[in-house]
Design a binder for this molecule. Structure first.
Ligand code: GLU
Length: 375
């Protein structure tokens, strides 16, 4: 079971070799794949596509046949090819009444909190509007130091950001094996993997050595699967070169499912607790501290004081009146507004601020320190 049929959010990574044929975009494959995506969309599932192919299409458009490109040439090809790539996606999705929406990301968009919030809000809005985000790295402007470098990892970061349940990596190999199947007749296919062992890594290293159209290989797919595992997202690796690769996964065709190591919620809370530097603190009274420990949200009424400067969406420490940390959470108001509504009942907030964003910290965005968490 890949979990694809039940998934609410799915990220599918499509490599250059699938979308870029020898004479331009592979329209036949894209048309068939768009039908596959439309099927999931019609079932109410939200799908995001991470599509490579800009450099491959751009190099054809600009008639550069040399194999090795300099970085500026690669960036020029990405610029020329990205528009061709999007046109091909639009043409493929339009007959199904689906709008493609181009999103070009750089690594900062998934690693710097403010940019993360912005990218997250845009992607969530696109999904709510029923669009298919078609995402690529913004190759034209990124420098070597700030690139993801390959779309497998970019896809995993997107899956993490958007809380996807399944990440599908469409590949030229139908999954992971105990050894490189092209050289070892005893290589066994692995349908399900819960631990990415050193043996699996070693096999992927070998398979990655050969040159291809894209930048990825099995090694980057495993790196992506590792990111997804920690984000509570399952990864499916299967052959992309067939008309309906997603239907093939659901029909039980050969694929490898790499299981998540934690739940999406646990991963999100661990990220709030561990990865974000808190920009301030809220001091809560004993009643609020008790309510939080039973899984409730933090209401302004239970807040005694606000410390530091933080913006809406920033991580803050939640401390009790003795100064002990109870947890960390994402504030729904900035520090100045939080100060104004401190101690107020929820129905009095709007009169003071002119708006309300609900609780100061929603329970979903609050990671309690382990000793305080409900059993
Ligand atoms: N972003 C690159 C492109 O669109 C591809 C990177 C990759 O395939 O991993 O051409």
């Amino acid at each position: 079971m890949s979990g694809l049929t039940q998934a609410k959010r799915v990220v599918v990574k499509v490599g250059s070799a699938l979308v870029a044929g020898p004479d331009g975009p592979d329209r036949a494959w894209l048309a068939a794949f768009a039908a596959d995506l439309a099927r999931l969309n019609a079932r109410g599932q939200q799908v995001l596509v991470v599509s490579s192919g800009a450099v491959a299409l751009g190099r054809r458009r600009l008639s550069i046949s040399r194999k090795a490109l300099t970085l500026p040439e690669k960036q020029a090809c990405a610029a020329a090819g990205q528009s061709a790539l999007m046109r091909a996606w639009e043409e493929a999705l339009e007959p199904h009444g689906l709008a493609a929406a181009q999103v070009l990301l750089t690594r900062d968009d998934t690693e710097v909190r403010r940019r993360w919030l912005n990218a997250h809000a845009t992607l969530s809005t696109l999904l709510a509007l029923g669009c298919i985000p078609v995402i690529n790295e913004n190759d034209t402007v990124v420098t070597e130091e700030i690139r993801y470098g390959d779309n497998d990892r970019l896809a995993a970061r997107v899956a993490q950001m958007i809380g996807a349940d399944v990440l599908v990596l469409l590949s030229d190999i139908d999954g992971l094996y105990t050894a490189d199947p092209r050289h070892d007749p005893d290589a066994r296919h692995l349908p399900r993997v819960s631990h990415l062992t050193p043996e699996i890594e070693a096999m992927a290293g070998g398979a990655n050595a050969r040159a291809g159209v894209g930048t990825g290989g099995l090694a980057t797919k495993i790196a992506a699967a590792r990111i997804a595992q920690g984000a509570g997202c399952a990864t499916v690796i299967t052959l992309g070169r067939r008309p309906s690769p997603l239907a093939a996964i659901e029909d039980g065709e050969t694929a490898t499912v790499i299981e998540p190591s934690v739940s999406v919620t646990a991963a999100y809370k661990a990220w709030i607790a561990g990865s974000l530097a808190p920009s301030g603190a809220v001091v809560v009274d004993a009643g609020a501290a008790r309510a939080l420990s039973t899984g409730k949200s933090l209401l302004a009424a239970g807040v005694r004081a606000v410390e530091g400067r933080f913006g809406k969406g920033d991580a803050v420490r939640v401390v009790d009146e003795a100064g002990l940390e109870i947890g960390r959470g994402l504030a729904r108001y900035d520090a100045a507004d939080a100060e104004k509504i401190c101690g107020l009942k929820s129905d009095a907030i709007e009169a003071v601020l002119g708006f309300t964003s609900g609780p100061l910290i929603h329970a979903d965005d609050l990671a309690l320190t382990p000793t305080r968490a409900p059993a």
